[in-house]
Design a protein around this ligand. Structure first.
Ligand SMILES: C[S@@+](CC[C@H](N)C(=O)[O-])C[C@H]1O[C@@H](n2cnc3c(N)ncnc32)[C@H](O)[C@@H]1O
Length: 265
């Protein structure tokens, strides 16, 4: 899977997700839903190919959806790609409970849920690549992160999920032609994402219309961004519903940026 520049390991700058955020407000019904429905829909903590094949009962191309919240967009993605299997990673327990309830009621069947901090999952994955385990970590046709927590305060910026190291370890998961899709409603996070994608030489960003042709020399550092005139430099929006978090950003008048990059080597 890693034919060039494998990630030398993955050390998330923000550290693990804090446990208080995991718990949120849990009702008895949600606790019960997690207990009852996890055996049907939840995965163990590893993303190995054989384990995923066993969980889905088939061997199909895979899509990884990270930080899905209550997962409406995940279920839509999976319904649109019945020939793929979708793995949804989320830490927030009340959101997971809601997703499991919706899956049980409405499907689709080609979704499984991973209750885990994706940074820990990817760090394990990077270690497996380094040690060349024979069963091999799973590959994904696409990895998507829609509206990761923005952490807009300067002192919290280091907690942001999508940075250069994250993009590098995701590139390890992708085969040639595989793609990563990021979206955010924070202009400076969009710039940070763009920088991270540009610095990963195995990926090339798909640009939209008039913006095509801009390269690293046109980059603006997030600190230099003019909030009244942020650079709009993005990919065409792939088909996807407006997510819960995106709706809040739109309501607050924020601009939505989608970035898609393909693995080309
Ligand atoms: C801002 S919300 C966006 C949710 C959804 N994608 C949407 O657009 O409505 C970010 C989500 O990512 C989850 N999350 C944050 N860090 C995570 C991590 N390290 N691993 C897994 N999920 C994470 C949070 O619990 C939260 O549900």
């Amino acid at each position: 899977m890693t034919d060039s520049d494998p990630s030398p390991g993955y050390q998330p700058s923000g550290g693990p997700v804090r446990t208080t955020r995991r718990r949120g407000r849990m009702t008895d019904a949600k606790r019960q839903a997690l207990a009852d429905l996890s055996p049907r829909w939840a995965l163990g903590s590893r993303l190995s190919g054989p384990e995923l094949d066993a969980a889905f009962g088939r061997s199909a191309p895979r899509l990884l959806d990270v930080g899905v919240g209550t997962g409406e967009a995940t279920r839509e993605w999976a319904a649109r790609h019945p020939d793929h299997d979708v793995i949804a990673v989320e830490v927030h327990q009340p959101s997971l409970a809601r997703l499991l309830q919706d899956l049980e009621l409405h499907g689709p069947d080609n979704v499984r849920v991973l209750d885990a901090d994706v940074t820990a999952v990817l760090a394990d994955h990077a270690r497996e690549i380094d040690t060349g385990r024979p069963s091999g970590p799973a590959a994904f046709s696409a990895v998507r992160v829609l509206f990761p927590d923005p952490w807009p305060k300067r002192r919290h910026l280091h907690r942001r999920l999508v940075d250069r190291s994250f993009v590098s370890v995701v590139a390890d998961l992708l085969p040639l032609g595989g793609w990563i899709h990021l979206a955010t409603d924070w202009d400076d996070y969009a710039l940070q994402m763009r920088l991270a994608l540009l610095r990963e030489s195995r990926l090339v960003i798909d640009l939209d219309g008039e913006h095509a042709g801009l390269g690293p020399e046109d980059l603006v550092h997030p600190d230099e961004i003019d909030p009244d005139d942020p650079p709009r430099w993005a990919s065409a929006r792939p088909p996807r519903p407006v997510t819960t978090y995106e709706a809040r950003g739109l309501e607050a008048g924020r601009h939505i940026t989608d970035l898609v990059a393909h693995r080309h080597r």
